[in-house]
Design a protein around this ligand. Structure first.
Ligand code: BTN
Length: 264
């Protein structure tokens, strides 16, 4: 697996990846990135760790990053959001960028709402977006991305709520995580110029998993079996209920899984 120099040689990519910090081991790159952002780190600053000992996922979940087998990165952005755009404009970026990077090395990923990346129906990457606002102005956003590159990065089945896999495991060949990082940054650099645009939403939605399929939606109040139709411009899921009516998932919606999934 590549060390710090292999990363440095390929950076920056467009406006992203400078300054660059590499950590052989760290608690969480997102925690460190937030500290750097508070201390004034500029747009495009990038942190990568070989190992995380306290990696964080969405919803307070843990995210494991064993040494030498995964990509763990946090990117600090200070974008100007187009008027009227919602946090969803930032949320979609990470999963789209990972998907395009995986496609560039021959994979066929899908995005599980809102920003998990699946290969062969299993999760290979997750994105944790943390934004700091001053009143209605976005001060900075940290996009944290974790990719299971090698099979050794895949957590045990009992540790995860959704089946996981690795990019190498699905592709059946070795994958260079520097190559993957460069692909992710290239995609982000492109889409950052199109935040809140119809093209960005379309690129994200065309990779959305389970469209036209039955899914089980879980909310604070229970679960329901519905058909997935797509998303609204604000990123809410459009669904068809069992009685044939169209609906939009509410704020209490927590997670979804395909009805034929073998897991919870
Ligand atoms: C999820 O699917 O729950 C999101 C996982 C995000 C993990 C990445 S790894 C790099 C960055 N640092 C963290 O502590 N978390 C994110």
């Amino acid at each position: 697996m590549s060390g710090t120099n292999a990363f440095v040689e390929r950076l920056p990519v467009g406006s992203l990846g400078e300054p660059f910090w590499f950590f052989p081991t760290i608690g969480s790159t997102n925690d460190q990135a937030k500290q750097e952002a508070e201390a004034g780190a500029p747009h495009g600053a990038l942190l990568v760790a070989d190992e995380q000992t306290a990696g964080r996922g969405r919803g307070g979940n843990r995210w494991t990053t064993p040494a030498g087998s995964a990509l763990a990165m946090s990117l600090i952005l200070r974008p100007s959001l187009p008027a009227g755009s919602t946090p969803f404009a930032l949320n979609v970026l990470g999963a789209l960028a990972v998907s395009e990077a995986v496609e560039s090395i021959g994979g066929e990923p899908a995005i599980k709402w809102p920003n998990d990346v699946l290969m062969a129906g299993r999760k290979v990457a997750g994105v944790l977006v943390e934004a700091a606002w001053r009143e209605s102005d976005l001060e900075y956003v940290v996009i944290g991305i974790g990719v299971n590159v090698q099979p050794a990065a895949v957590p045990a089945e009992h540790q995860v709520a959704f089946p996981a896999a690795s990019v190498e495991g699905v592709l059946g060949r070795s994958v260079d995580r520097v190559e993957l990082l460069v692909g992710i940054l290239r995609s982000l650099d492109h889409w950052l110029d199109h935040l809140g645009s119809a093209e960005l939403l379309a690129a994200w939605e065309e990779r959305l998993a389970y469209v036209g399929q039955a899914v089980e939606l879980e909310s604070d109040t229970g679960s329901a079996r519905v058909e997935m139709l797509g998303v609204t411009p604000e990123g809410r899921l459009r669904l068809r209920a069992a009685d044939g009516s169209e609906m939009v998932a509410g704020d209490d919606f927590r997670s979804l899984r395909p009805v034929d999934s073998d897991r919870r």
